[in-house]
Structures are given as structure tokens and as C-alpha cells.
Design a protein around this ligand. Structure first.
Ligand code: ATP
Length: 233
């Protein structure tokens, strides 16, 4: 199987400056490899560091030690040492991130928010909007909402717009932080199907799925995030 993520010996300690510099070790010596077509579900008790690991893989958090190699356009990029423009390129073309919450941009319509990643890939406006419409329709966002900015959408509607935006460009790797958290059963089923389709096209998925049915339906492997030693009772 073709390896797409190779993270080795990651460590991350938060330093709480407002608490006299208290050090909170969260990740200690965590290694994770993920191949094309896999879906790895991160598990572990609340506070174990699942979101922290996901954000570290996306280079949103700096790590204290270790390496995060991402297979990007035929070579490996270490996200822990990559320059900002390399990180931006990896994110645009290779590494997608579906967060729990949509970052709403004032006055930008749902259709344009979803179409944007395809415009960045060089698609024409017409093609990008056509595909964006298809994604919104698949995720049961009624056409009457497409031209509206999602600021006033319900939590579940915003999450579905976010999923469409995060998945519309078929990037080789997808990181998903509770993508089905605010969804009803019917929409959860659609998102499970979309994640399965991503695996079938050879994408590597890493996600946090608190809902056990979703995890069972989509994950090919469980990765239990180990508690950092200082947090062990
Ligand atoms: N930005 C931050 N600054 C300081 N501490 C943080 C920060 N982010 C996370 N932490 C701490 O790191 C630990 C791990 O948090 P994280 O959100 O990764 O856990 P989790 O396993 O995803 O938990 P949950 O299942 O409850 O979402 C927690 O103790 C949290 O308080």
C-alpha cells in the first residue's frame, strides 16, 4: 500500500503562560503511518490529544519534536520544518481538513464558499459552481439557500457546507474532526457514503468520530492516542 502520511515520534507540550508557565504534555512519542485507501479513526479518552494530533498533522500546531512527512506531488514534505508557502501548497493540493465548524465569511454565498477550492485548482467559475451545486444538493442543502451566506444557517447546515468545501477537491489526504457531530441520521449516512467514496478513490483519511456507528461504518483501523506519561494517573 502506498504510504501518504508518515508521522514519527511526535511530542507536543502546551505551556500555559497564564498559569505560571505550567507545562501540559499531550503527545509523547506518537507515531502514525497512513496509506492510500485507509481510514484511521483516532480514539482515546477525552483530553488524550486526538484533536491536537489532527491539528499537528495539518501544521496548525507546532510540535515539540518528531517529524510529519506528507506525500505531496511525488515527494515527501516534512510539515514540521516546511516553509509557509510549502505548507500552503500541501494544503491546497494534498491535505484537506474538515473541521467541526464552518468559518463563515461575511457576504460570501454558500455556493461560492464550496466552489472556492476548485477555483484554486484552476477550474472555471462555471464548472466550480456546477460541482459546488451538486455537492450541496447531495448534502441536502436546498437550492433556495445556495446564494445566501451561511452565517444564519443552522448548525447542521453549516457543518454540511463545511464538509462540501472540505471534500469537493479530491485531495489525496483528508483530516476530519467530528464531521458528523451535528447531523441527523439521514445526513450522517450521506457523509459516511462520501467518506467511503473518498477511500475508494484512494484517499487516506484520518478522523475523530465520536459516534460509534459512524466509526464502524467508515474506519478501516483504530489508532488509540496514547496518554502522555505525565497525564497517566
Ligand atoms: N491550545 C491549547 N492550549 C492549551 N492546552 C490545550 C490546547 N489545546 C488542547 N489543549 C489541552 O490538550 C489536551 C488534549 O486536548 P485535545 O482537544 O487534543 O483532546 P481530545 O482527545 O481531542 O479531547 P475530546 O475528545 O474531549 O475532544 C487537553 O487537556 C486540552 O486541555
Amino acid at each position: 500500500m502506498k504510504l501518504l502520511i508518515d508521522a514519527q515520534q511526535l511530542s507536543k507540550t502546551f505551556v500555559l503562560h497564564q498559569q505560571d508557565g505550567l507545562a501540559l504534555p499531550v503527545l509523547a512519542d506518537v507515531s502514525l503511518q497512513v496509506a492510500a485507501g485507509e481510514c484511521v479513526a483516532l480514539t482515546g479518552p477525552s483530553g488524550a490529544g486526538k484533536s491536537t494530533l489532527l491539528k499537528a498533522l495539518y501544521a496548525n500546531y507546532l510540535v515539540g519534536g518528531g517529524s510529519i512527512r506528507i506525500h505531496h506531488q511525488g515527494s515527501w514534505v516534512d510539515m514540521t520544518t516546511a516553509r509557509p508557502h510549502e505548507i500552503a501548497s500541501v494544503r491546497r493540493h494534498t491535505l484537506g481538513y474538515v473541521s467541526q465548524f464552518l468559518r463563515v465569511i461575511p457576504r460570501v454565498s454558500a455556493l461560492d464558499i464550496v466552489a472556492e477550492p476548485l477555483l484554486e485548482w484552476g477550474y472555471s467559475m462555471q464548472e466550480a459552481q456546477q460541482q459546488a451545486g451538486a455537492w450541496l444538493a447531495r448534502l441536502n442543502i436546498g437550492e433556495r439557500l445556495w446564494q445566501l451566506p451561511p452565517a444564519t444557517f443552522s448548525g447542521g447546515e453549516q457543518q454540511r457546507v463545511n464538509i462540501a468545501r472540505g471534500m469537493i477537491a479530491p485531495r489525496p489526504i483528508l483530516l476530519l474532526d467530528e464531521p458528523t457531530a451535528s447531523l441527523d441520521a439521514a445526513n450522517r449516512a450521506v457523509v459516511v457514503e462520501l467518506m467511503r467514496e473518498a477511500r475508494q478513490r484512494g484517499a487516506a483519511l484520518v478522523g475523530i468520530f465520536h459516534d460509534e456507528d459512524t466509526r464502524t461504518a467508515v474506519a478501516s483501523r483504530i489508532f488509540d492516542v496514547p496518554l502522555a506519561p505525565a497525564l497517566c494517573a
